[in-house]
Design a protein around this ligand. Sequence first.
Ligand code: GLU
Ligand code: MG
Length: 445
Amino acid sequence: MRKQYSKEEILAFAKDNDVRFVRLQFTDLLGVIKNVEIPVDELPKALDNKIMFDGSSIEGFVRIEESDMYLVPDLSTWLIFPWTEGQGKVARLICDVYLPGGEPFPGDPRGVLKRVLNEARQMGFDSFNVGPEPEFFLFKLDSNGRPTPEVNDEGGYFDWAPLDLGGNCRREIVVTLEEMGFEIEASHHEVAPGQHEIDFKYADAVEAADNIATFRLVVKTIARKHGLHATFMPKPVYGINGSGMHCHMSLFKGGKNAFYDENDELGLSETARQFLAGILEHAPAFTAICNPLVNSYKRLVPGYEAPCYVAWSAKNRSPLVRVPAARGLSTRIEVRSPDPSGNPYLAIAAMLAAGLDGIRRELPLVPPTNRNIYIMSDEEKETAGIRSLPENLGKALEELAKDEVIVSALGEHVYTHFVEAKTIEWNMFRTQVTEWEREQYINNY
Ligand code: GLU
Ligand code: MG
């Protein structure tokens, strides 16, 4: 839980620590961090919610004629960056975006998550805990500082130095995150060369999404210091594992884990089963949100530990949802399809809305699939009722359009702008002529 600072405390922190600039941070529709930087003299004004910006220049926000917006800082997100930038220390506050009339701006992703979380509260849950496992690659830079396709090591899963040359960089990332208040649970080399994973402690949904956004910023900043480029692109290299961001999740009620039932064989309560059934029901639709890039779908293919089928299991890791062996307070489900390129606020909001719908409708849970789905025949999959995740961004957008629960969780504004941006992206990709096609066809036809 983050500490709720008062305005006076923040002003005192800024003064005592010689902070020169404060970044008022929020994310655009696609999850890119945006900020308005103010000199520290303006901090009192910012804390009174008086900083305005022009929303028309932000992806997925608004048109010119209705562009004035206000930033309302969340005082629990106050943080001084451990590194200095140019002239001195820089702090940040994550903000909610409001309209001049005082209502929350419906296109603010953080606001979307808060709205869905509020529904969970109305259903009696006090928190929705999310523990993400983001993976990323480190690539070498060329002499112009541009990322090359060359990874910086030949390491593999859990490898030790000297094979794991990214180890020093990863360690500095971990130390920096800890200085910023993150509780790091594990950090290790992942399966592919140049690939890493850092897991941090679960938090309530909004804090978890803030953490993911901050995490991506820190990883990229520290990698640069080591002369490397960090990327959260889901599948940067053909033929090796891509980067996922598995999300562990549980709902709490009255301080107790509402997903736990000591009498159940897997430790799962009825609530957990219904939530999981909701996740399975809406997975094809929330894929567009949790896997929003054309490239995301190059990861969701058989053979690379990423899911491609809508199923669950307590035993193996190929399905979409795994139920880890933990019991009691740490009972949870692990959704394995999201990747780290998504807007964390929207991704968590969409998955929460899916799960809550399962609870509301008391959806029955299909039996687990404990076999390796990758080697099941199409008939076997059909008999077991196992659907596939959408195989490209175009299909994912079609699935999203069909799902009223996820569409209404996003709200009209976010849904329309998201689909507009993603349809352009998909059509541009669809009509490209690639190197692969030229190699395959130019001589034979
Ligand atoms: N990199 C794999 C993925 O794309 C996951 C590997 C693992 O942590 O099990 O989801
Ligand atoms: Mg992993």
